[in-house]
Every structure is written in structure tokens, then in C-alpha cells.
Design a protein around this ligand. Structure first.
Ligand SMILES: Cc1cc2nc3c(=O)[nH]c(=O)nc-3n(C[C@H](O)[C@H](O)[C@H](O)COP(=O)(O)OP(=O)(O)OC[C@H]3O[C@@H](n4cnc5c(N)ncnc54)[C@H](O)[C@@H]3O)c2cc1C
Length: 364
């Protein structure tokens, strides 16, 4: 039976591993104790009673294959080496190590219990902080502002960003709706505003401070860094490194094989596809890669391809009941009203679909 080694069990890697489990010998290499559903992490911060919902243990993801709880130290076209030196040979390799993001948007520990404890500790510090500064007005910073306001409407929440416009690349109607809803929530958005110095406190730690910005000083009691995605790479061997871009991403073909390697695939944030880095896309990549690997295993020609959509989509909740959304339809672009954003995403932040994927006994 063909051995497929999937490196990284995030959105893309878990989906590939699951799709191939029945027909191949899958080994999923992942250091985390449980899958962390990043789209729910900001709700987990403001709602500690709900926080457990973002963790999904790997033990029921696969029935035939196995999960190796470790980090790949080196990955080549024919297998993976673990930090211990142990080698896992592969007929097919799938790179799915995604990206890191400053806490709390993505967790910074491999232990689910520690991650939960840290979220709950930060919640306590945030609860006692009347003034919150969010640095970065991308989807993560804005989503955080909405989650905070939904729980603590009286907190003073300020979001700063050097950019002049929110969500560039999206429809003007979406942008207007976003500004309107942020105003209604009382979130102060300061665009064209950069920090002129680092705040003296650690991000996500309470402590009153005043920091200089190009728009004047801001005083706050806690701040969050909401920018700075890092691609998780650095473990590719000399052969595969030839396909790495200066940004650390991996060049892929339309079949989602790594350029120059027919048996090495890549999915999710590690790919250099011209699209926003999103879990939804990572799962679409997973579908294409699983189909192509299964075709090869059957001795057929792989025919599934992936082409990024020219129209970007987004679902950006501002708490459980507000938010904006845009997605492409055959008739053009549809802008969603807040009730639809809440229904599709805001209410449960997609936790339901992972309950099914990971086979956990839990109500979404
Ligand atoms: C707050 C927040 C909200 C978001 N909301 C949405 C949303 O609503 N919709 C959406 O589509 N996208 C959303 N995103 C983006 C989404 O989280 C990313 O696009 C997604 O995580 C990428 O998935 P991935 O499978 O490429 O990798 P990841 O989910 O980043 O997973 C990579 C995995 O690889 C593992 N790994 C890393 N290094 C190694 C190694 N050396 N060896 C083995 N394993 C390794 C990591 O532990 C991790 O589990 C959000 C992001 C954030 C931060």
C-alpha cells in the first residue's frame, strides 16, 4: 500500500489525511496535541466557557493511518526525518505546515491544556483592562475588536493601522458596511496611523501605558499584536528548497505538486498561490491533492487542478451577531448582510464541521 506522509495537521493537512485514510497508508506528522481551530481563537479569548470548542484531538481523525506527534526536522521528496533522527519513508509527501500568527490568533504551545490555560489567563487580564489597543486593522484585528465589544460594550477599543483603507481588494460596499458596523459598536479605527515606538508592555499582558503613534499618543491598559504572519518552513531539504520563494512559500503547479516534484504536494498557507491565505482555500487544496494522489495510487493520470478565484471572498464576523461578508457568485459578487454572516459563521465559527471531521463527541 502506498505510504503518504502529511507534514502538518492544520486545516489542509487534516483534510488530506482523512480523505486518503481508507485507501493509503497515511502518516500525519504534527507536534500539536490537538487541532486548533484558529477561526475560533478570538471568541475563545473573550468566552473562556466556550474556549474548549476550538481544540479537536487527533485520536479519532484516522482509522487506518497514524498520527506521529512530532515536528518534521527535515523533509525531502521521499520522506521525513524527525528531530530524533527517525526517518519515515514516503511514496507521496504532502507539505501542510501552514503559518504562525501572534498569540492569541494562533496558539504558541503544542499542548492543548497549556493553550487553554493561557487563553483563560489572558481573558482575566483583558476583563480588567478598560482600554484596549489593537495594532493591525486586518481581518484578525477587526474580528478581535468585534469579539471584545460583544462581551464588554463599554471598553474603549482602538485599532491602529498605517494603511489608509480597510480590507483593500474587497468591494466598496463591504468596506462601507464594515465602517458603519464598527462605528455602531463604538470601535475607534485610526487608519494611516503607525506606532512610533514599541509599547513598553508585552502584547496580551495587562499594564497601563502610553505609546506614541503618528496620530498622537494613545493610552491603553492592554494591547494585542494583530499582524505578522510567519510561514512555517525551514525544514525542506536542499532538493525541495529549490521551490521556495523569497517569502518562504512553496511554488506549486496547478495540480498542487511542488514545482519539479511529481510526488510532493503542498496545501494551504505554505503555497505561493495568488490568493489570501485562508482555511477555506486550504481545504479546497486538500480535496485536489487527495484526488490526485488517489489517481496515482490507482495508476491513473492525476487530473484535478486548482485555480485561485479572481474574486476574493471573506466572512468577517464582529462578534456573534454582526459582521460583513463577500463571496463570488455566477452573477458577480454578493455582499452579505450581518444576519447572514452570523448564520454562516459568526454564531458557531464553523466549529460544527470540525466536530464531524475529528469525530468528537460534542455538540457544536
Ligand atoms: C484569528 C484567525 C481567524 C481566521 N479565520 C479564518 C476564517 O474564518 N476562514 C478562513 O478561511 N481562514 C481563516 N483564517 C486563516 C486560517 O487560519 C489559515 O489560512 C489556516 O490556518 C491555514 O491552514 P493550513 O492547513 O495551511 O495550516 P495551519 O492551520 O497553519 O496548520 C499547520 C500545522 O502544521 C503544524 N506544523 C508546523 N510546523 C511543523 C513541522 N515542522 N512539522 C510538522 N508539523 C508542523 C502546526 O502545528 C499546525 O498544526 C484565520 C486565521 C486567524 C489567525
Amino acid at each position: 500500500m502506498s505510504r503518504v506522509v502529511v507534514v502538518g495537521g492544520g486545516y489542509g493537512g487534516s483534510a488530506v489525511a482523512k480523505a486518503l485514510d481508507e485507501h493509503t497508508d497515511v502518516v500525519l506528522v504534527e507536534p500539536k496535541e490537538a487541532f486548533v481551530h484558529a477561526a475560533g481563537s478570538l471568541r475563545a479569548l473573550v468566552r473562556p466557557d466556550w474556549a474548549e470548542n476550538i481544540f479537536f484531538p487527533y485520536d479519532r481523525l484516522l482509522t487506518r493511518g497514524r498520527v506521529v506527534r512530532d515536528r518534521a526536522a527535515s523533509v525531502g521528496p521521499d520522506g521525513v526525518t524527525l528531530p530524533s533522527g527517525e526517518r519515515i519513508a514516503a511514496d507521496h509527501v504532502v507539505l501542510a505546515t501552514g503559518s504562525g500568527y501572534p498569540y492569541p490568533a494562533k496558539t504558541d504551545t503544542d499542548s492543548a491544556a497549556e493553550a487553554l490555560e493561557r487563553l483563560r489567563a489572558t481573558h482575566k487580564e483583558l476583563a480588567d483592562a478598560p482600554r484596549v489597543l489593537i495594532v493591525g486593522a486586518g481581518p484578525v484585528g477587526l474580528e478581535l475588536s468585534g469579539e471584545i465589544k460583544a462581551v464588554w460594550p463599554d471598553k474603549r477599543v482602538t485599532v491602529v493601522d498605517p494603511a489608509e483603507r480597510l480590507v483593500p481588494g474587497f468591494e466598496p460596499d463591504l468596506r462601507e458596511a464594515l465602517h458603519r458596523q464598527l462605528d455602531e459598536l463604538g470601535v475607534r479605527v485610526r487608519l494611516g496611523t503607525a506606532l512610533t515606538e514599541q509599547p513598553p508592555t508585552e502584547p496580551a499582558r495587562a499594564g497601563t501605558f502610553t505609546v506614541g503613534t503618528t496620530g498622537g499618543p494613545i493610552t491603553a491598559d492592554i494591547w494585542f499584536r494583530c499582524h505578522g504572519v510567519r510561514v512555517n518552513g525551514g525544514f525542506l531539504d536542499d532538493a525541495l528548497s529549490a521551490a521556495v520563494t523569497p517569502q518562504g512559500r512553496v511554488r506549486v503547479t496547478e495540480s498542487l505538486t511542488v514545482e519539479g516534484f511529481e510526488h510532493v504536494h503542498a496545501v494551504g498557507d505554505i503555497t505561493d498561490l495568488a490568493e489570501a491565505k485562508m482555511a477555506g482555500y486550504a481545504m479546497q487544496h486538500a480535496d485536489v491533492v487527495a484526488k490526485n494522489i488517489l489517481a496515482r495510487v490507482r495508476g491513473e493520470r492525476p487530473t484535478a487542478t486548482y485555480h485561485p478565484s479572481p474574486v476574493p471572498s471573506i466572512l468577517l464576523p464582529l462578534g456573534p451577531e454582526a459582521g460583513v461578508g463577500q463571496f463570488p457568485t455566477p452573477d458577480g459578487t454578493t455582499i452579505l448582510p450581518p444576519e447572514a454572516v452570523a448564520r454562516y459563521k459568526g454564531a458557531d465559527l464553523f466549529t460544527g464541521r470540525f466536530v464531524e471531521l475529528f469525530g468528537v463527541d460534542r455538540q457544536p
